[in-house]
Design a protein around this ligand. Structure first.
Ligand code: 1YM
Length: 642
């Protein structure tokens, strides 16, 4: 593993403010107090072990979810320093856990742990937001231990034995008066830990869930680093060449990149800064795109694949079917954008561009068959782009001739003020009818969807314009797609997907989310896409107002509450809604469409990425992963009506 030389020990720790501030405003420090924030608690502790691995001292990190949602994280690094800290006059280890922003992370020369920008505020925040924390350190021949409750030291660092090993072990129970729930999701931790392992070549990470019997276990260790990452992402896809192109350069801004093209038509580029996923991209991505376009165009010209009369290939042609992961380390990253996940440091563009320029052009010269295969695909993408442009112009021309440019099935709203308007995209016949009758036509439009499901995975933009299911969506929203997409033209402030809670509903949701993710991404980034939440049950009784329940948990709680109020559940009638179509217009309005009483779920980029992954899996070329997925998920299907 690479050794980054940097020193920050006891002296650099800066004392800023007390942990009370963290407990008062937890969201400011950990992002939120939802399960998302809860998982961040684990990442904060794991990150300290990863830093130790990046510094070249740690080879393994073990994470255990114990029964009762206690988390244990163990690493085999040097152990947190135990000597008395000159400023705080208490042990350095206690200082790290009790003083906000301790850990030297704020200094400019403090290695690459630069508080990622989101919530990388470390051990003291986890301590402040935990019911209790126990830290055990093996270092300098001894075993040391200290304990905290709600951020306060209850047992100072003390030597409790001898050891010839080194390492740090942290156990904690998050504070249930702060977090909404303490239930960790195995899959969420698994995904992030796998990602960290890909990003930290050679580091072994294990995860064990002891809440299950027998415990669930996973181990991640990738000698291939980002190459393994790209191979993992392309598992379900047909590759154009077998091994990813790998680029690595150490320096002021270390850059690591892996690239592999597949026969798919989509672009999948994941970017990381200091191991943090920069979902909104930024200067590193810009540098990469710029160099990629230049290198392939230069190669195509020099090898007569592009003739003198031909115009240059465009960036999007060259990125069709690409899967790439870009990881850079930046000492003082500036994060911008809506979710603070866009790298802003302008100097990074040139660094990444120059690294890619040099390494990729050399690679192409040395591997002409790979260059040829990729460029053939780029040239065909350019042709398809041209065809799509023509198809689009045709659509535009056609619509300018017709009086109404909007799809016939759309029941539009009367208001033309996009911000106050909503469009419900509804699958099927009867639901569409009820929705049209039940809506408030001033600001609610209904677009029923018909036609066969389109495999976006295997279609290019020209096919999408022609697709009878997606074309009405594009025209109704009025903002174009792909590189033409212009969010300022959007006709509705809220785009609401309303689908049944069954397999067909899941299909249409996945298709639409994947489509928005790939062709109208700003719509999701901007928070315009929502899922309607229709009720699953209705409880009724003579003389009592109908009660709607939206989840099974909701139903259990409601029944309990009613029992306490003296209403016996055997006297209640219960209807389980199989589909939206079973509700009459008034019920649909009251439960799902009335802004005063409905539940809307805002779609996040994470939801969309997940939908996209499921979609690739279900629609991609490889059969084996699809079979695995269906087998693994078969148990969840029992509740659905098929
Ligand atoms: C399971 C969590 O915290 N490991 C860990 C933390 C530190 C070190 C080693 C470490 C760092 C340095 C020197 C250094 C930390 N030390 C500090 C501080 N695992 C976990 N392992 N010696 C040991 O960076 O110079 C903060 S974290 F500030 F005390 F140096």
């Amino acid at each position: 593993m690479e050794k980054y030389e940097h020193k920050y020990g006891a002296e650099q720790i800066q004392v800023l403010e007390g942990l009370e501030a963290v407990r008062k405003r937890p969201g400011m420090y950990i992002g939120s107090t939802s399960v998302r924030g809860l998982h961040h608690m684990v990442y904060e502790i794991v990150d300290n072990g990863v830093d130790e691995a990046l510094a070249g001292y740690c080879t393994e990190i073990n994470i255990i979810i114990e029964k009762g949602n206690v988390i244990t994280v163990i690493d085999n690094g040097r152990g947190i320093p135990v000597e008395i800290h000159p400023k705080t006059k208490i042990s350095t280890a206690e200082t790290v856990y009790t003083v906000l922003h301790a850990g030297g992370k704020f200094g400019g020369d403090s290695g690459y742990k630069v508080s990622g920008g989101l919530h990388g505020v470390g051990a003291s925040v986890v301590n402040a937001l935990s019911n209790w924390v126990e830290v055990t350190i093996e270092r300098d021949g001894g075993i040391y231990e200290m304990k905290f409750e709600k951020g306060k030291t209850v047992k100072k660092l003390e030597k409790i034995g001898n050891s010839n090993k080194t390492g740090t072990k942290v156990r904690f129970l998050a504070d249930d008066t702060i977090f909404e729930s303490l239930e960790y999701e195995y899959e969420v931790l698994e995904k992030r830990l796998r990602e960290i392992a890909f990003l930290t070549k050679g580091l072994k990470i294990t995860l064990e869930d002891q809440r299950e019997d027998p415990p669930k276990k996973a181990e991640f260790c990738y000698e291939g680093g980002l190459n393994s990452f790209v191979e993992f992402l392309n598992k379900t896809k047909e590759k154009i060449y077998p091994t990813p192109i790998y680029i690595e350069k150490q320096g002021e801004v270390p850059v690591e990149i892996a690239i592999q093209y597949t026969t798919s038509y989509t672009e999948n580029i994941y970017t990381f800064v200091n191991n943090i996923n920069t979902v909104e991209g930024g200067t590193h991505l810009e540098g990469f795109k710029r160099a990629l376009t230049k290198v392939f165009n230069d190669y195509a010209r020099n090898h007569n694949i592009l003739k003198e009369k031909d115009s240059n290939l465009q960036g999007e042609d060259i990125r069709e079917g690409i899967t790439a992961v870009i990881s850079v380390k930046v000492k003082e990253p500036q994060f911008e954008g809506q979710t603070k996940t866009k790298l802003g440091n302008s100097e990074v563009t040139a660094v990444v561009a120059s690294v890619v320029n040099e390494a990729l052009s050399t690679f192409l010269e040395e591997n002409p068959q790979v260059a040829k295969a990729v460029l053939e695909k780029c040239v065909s993408a350019a042709r398809a782009r041209e065809a799509a442009r023509k198809a689009r112009e045709l659509v535009r021309k056609k619509s300018s001739l017709e009086t109404s440019t909007l799809p016939g099935k759309l029941a539009d709203c009367s208001s033309k003020v996009a911000d106050e308007c909503e469009v419900y995209i509804v699958e099927g016949d009867s639901a569409g009818g009820s929705a049209k009758q039940g809506r408030d036509r001033k600001f609610q439009a209904i677009l029923p969807l018909w036609g066969k499901m389109l495999n976006v995975e295997k279609a290019r933009a020209d096919k999408i314009y022609g697709n009878d299911k997606l074309n009405p969506v594009i025209v109704a929203l009025g903002a174009g797609i792909g590189s033409d997409f212009d969010i300022t033209k959007i006709r509705y402030g809220k785009v609401i997907i309303m689908a049944d809670a069954d397999v067909d509903g899941a299909h249409i949701r996945t298709l639409l989310l994947t489509f928005f993710f790939r062709y109208m991404r700003p719509l999701i980034e901007n928070g315009n896409v929502y899922l309607a939440q229709p009720p699953l049950y209705k409880l009724y009784k003579k003389g009592m107002q109908d009660i709607y329940c939206y989840t099974d948990e909701d139903l259990d709680k409601t029944l309990e509450r009613l029992e306490k109020e003296g209403i016996d559940r055997t006297t209640l009638g219960m209807q389980r809604y199989k589909g939206l179509g079973e509700m009459n217009p008034e019920q649909l309005w009251e439960t799902t469409m009335n802004p005063d009483s409905r539940i809307l779920i805002k779609v996040t980029m994470e939801d969309a990425i997940k939908a996209d992954e499921i979609f690739s899996l279900l629609m991609g070329d490889e059969v084996e992963p699809r079979r695995e997925f269906i087998e693994q998920n078969a148990k969840y299907v029992k509740n659905l009506d098929i």
